[in-house]
Design a protein. Structure first.
Length: 450
């Protein structure tokens, strides 16, 4: 199950890296290989206690294995262990980081930008909302009910007022409800989610841009999950239209560690107005900013950051550039095709309620039942049974409206439904849809009484 072939390249690459440091006198690190071996094998045994994330039958949470090139480049860089806080801590990896962020900005059609990599979507959103609060002091941040819970929490950390906006039955922000809020005149920033974490729903950015011309607010796009789908060639028309106007937002967050084939610890925040860099200004007596070129630590809230993340992302972009018909784009399109294929099967079957066609590659559904509580219990039982059959799904809690909308006969004895959820993130998923469906159906049959 674990890819090992590519590992052989690491030794060759390390020798190449070493050439750059031949001028230094020899020295040896002190360690006992045997002791390392004992501990490392213990680690390997401990790590067996995991779900099989890299396998196509893992269709649960947002977990996608990093590309072998990302793994190798990350490991290779650890022999240097660069710190992208400053050029003095990692020269090559700082330049590589600037190039990777440039590629991300280019993918969204941005002409100017300021941005950097960071620990993940949470920190990236924190920086974007921190800047939003500086540009629009005292004004509210609003985001839909289906936006990531991180926004409300971040606003708490930053001391910014936050209000959530109703979402519609497709999991998108309700534009009328948003406009009603805007009329009060105290909204500074609207968070637009480009692919919600629960269902992959994409907020209607074109309509929100229209509102902006009237109400003058800032737009922050949380594309942590969905951002890369701008490269897909098989989005629905409304989804496509939303992605096509991303160049008009003020800030954007994307997680290369979600759909960008990177190990965890790789998020990215970009701003369309480079002058927001001034908000980051600080003075520090021990700084090691010894060159006049921009050090990423001057435009980042985090200080020490792994140069390894930049090196891994750079290598991945080099191998799989963000071009429209390239392999990277094709594989993302395949993920949506896989979600549509599974949607087709579940939807046609009649034993399940599927609230809507997946906009990206996330699918939610629940068994048809007399009441919301029975459906929820069944969903949990199927989840458990499926795992016994080696099919690893996820569960989600969603507003009952999503499901009643499709199946009004269901008794509304609670406001939320526990449903099944699948993120079909791996390109291999498409070839496994029949197998996945078969295991799902078996699990359903083993779970339901008759
Ligand atoms: C995952 C996610 C986040 C949080 O990002 P982390 O990388 O997990 O910190 C924020 N917003 C959305 C839409 C996400 O999907």
């Amino acid at each position: 199950m674990l890819e090992k072939e590519s590992f052989k390249l690491l030794l060759e690459a390390l020798e190449q890296l070493e050439i750059g440091f031949q001028r230094m006198p020899e020295f040896n690190s002190v360690y006992e290989l045997d002791n390392l071996r004992t501990v490392l094998l213990e680690v390997a045994t401990r790590m067996q206690d995991n779900f099989p994330y890299p396998h196509p039958l893992y269709v649960g949470q947002m977990l996608k294995p990093p590309h072998p090139i990302a793994r190798l480049a990350y490991m290779l860089s650890l022999w240097i262990n660069p710190n992208n806080h400053a050029l003095d801590g990692g020269r090559a990896s700082t330049f590589m980081e600037k190039e990777t962020v440039q590629e991300i900005a280019k993918m969204f059609g941005w002409k100017t930008h300021l941005g950097h990599l960071c620990g993940g979507g949470t920190i990236a959103n924190l920086e974007a909302l921190w800047v939003a609060g500086k540009v629009k002091p005292g004004l509210k941040i609003v985001a839909s009910e289906q936006s990531h819970y991180t926004h409300e929490r971040i606003c708490g950390v930053l001391g910014l007022p936050f209000t959530s906006v109703k979402s519609d039955c497709q999991g998108r922000i309700d534009v009328n409800a948003l406009e009603n809020l805007l009329k009060a005149g105290d909204v500074g920033t609207v968070v637009v989610t480009m692919g919600t974490t629960a269902t992959g729903s994409v907020d209607p950015l074109p309509a929100i841009l229209e509102l902006r011309s009237q109400y003058n607010f800032r737009i922050h796009a949380d594309a942590a999950y969905g951002g890369y789908f701008t490269l897909a060639n098989n989005l629905a028309e409304t989804t496509r239209a939303a992605f096509d106007c991303l160049s008009a937002v003020d800030s954007l967050v994307i997680d290369p560690h979600k759909h960008g084939l990177q190990p965890y610890g790789c998020g990215c925040v970009i701003f369309s107005d480079p002058t927001v860099g001034a908000f980051y200004q600080h003075e520090c007596p021990f700084t090691y900013f010894t060159s006049s070129e921009l050090h990423l630590g001057e435009i980042s809230l985090e200080c020490s950051r792994p140069g390894a993340s930049a090196v891994a992302l750079w290598a991945t972009q080099r191998l799989l550039p963000y071009t429209l018909e390239g392999q990277f784009a094709t594989e993302l399109s395949k993920s949506r095709t896989a979600a549509l294929a599974l949607w087709q099967k579940i939807q046609a079957d009649g034993r399940f309620i599927v609230p809507f066609i997946p906009e990206l590659d996330i699918l939610v559904w629940t068994p048809r039942a007399k009441s919301a509580s029975i459906a929820s219990q069944l969903a949990k039982d199927i989840f458990t049974q499926a795992a016994k059959n080696n099919l690893h799904l996820a569960i989600a809690h969603l507003p009952i409206e999503f499901f009643i909308n499709i199946y009004p006969e269901m008794q509304r004895d609670q406001d939320q439904i526990t449903c099944l959820r699948s993120c079909l993130m791996k390109p291999e998923h498409l070839d496994w849809i029949d197998e996945i469906w078969q295991l799902l159906e078996n699990s359903y049959l083993q779970t339901t009484p008759n």
